[in-house]
Design a protein around this ligand. Structure first.
Ligand code: ZN
Length: 149
């Protein structure tokens, strides 16, 4: 199990060092800011929706390794998904990092590397910031920045 944890840590560190889709999208159809005051994580999420499909997704911002790696992994997971699939993934991800019982599931794929944060309650908001921001971005019902508090 510890070898698995090391592997997971490697993935998180790698995504922190070289975050994927770390850029602004000029012609984004939705832009949403997110903030986690507990840790100071800030990010801006850019989405390009074509119909109901997330054609492109990217982010910029600054924060701890967990928040950055989580946003990076999320952008990889969401590209090409429908908004409904993205919401479904949000629910599964949220369950994985907050519930003792819902372990990593196969359909979460690489996102499973973040399952370990549930043992560190202070970091759960770091891991979920990008996801809450995404949910607000696809909802289109607010322009107000998302705060995890
Ligand atoms: Zn953080």
């Amino acid at each position: 199990m510890s070898q698995l944890n090391e592997l997971y840590q490697e993935v998180i560190l790698d995504h922190n060092r070289r975050p994927r889709n770390f850029r602004a999208i000029e012609a984004a159809t939705a832009t949403q800011e997110g903030y986690n005051p507990l840790c100071g994580d800030r990010l801006t999420l850019y989405l390009t929706l074509k119909g109901d499909v997330i054609a492109d997704v990217a982010f910029q911002g600054s924060g701890c390794a967990i928040s950055k790696a989580s946003a990076s992994l999320m952008t990889e997971a969401l590209k090409g998904k429908t908004v409904a699939q993205a919401r479904e993934l949000f629910d599964k991800f949220q369950a994985m990092i907050t519930s003792d019982h819902a372990g990593p599931t196969a359909d979460l794929g690489k996102l499973s590397v973040l399952a370990g944060v549930r043992e560190f309650p202070a970091r759960i908001k770091c891991a979920s910031l990008a996801w809450h921001t995404m949910k607000a971005a696809v909802a289109h019902d607010t322009d107000a920045p998302v705060s995890t508090e």
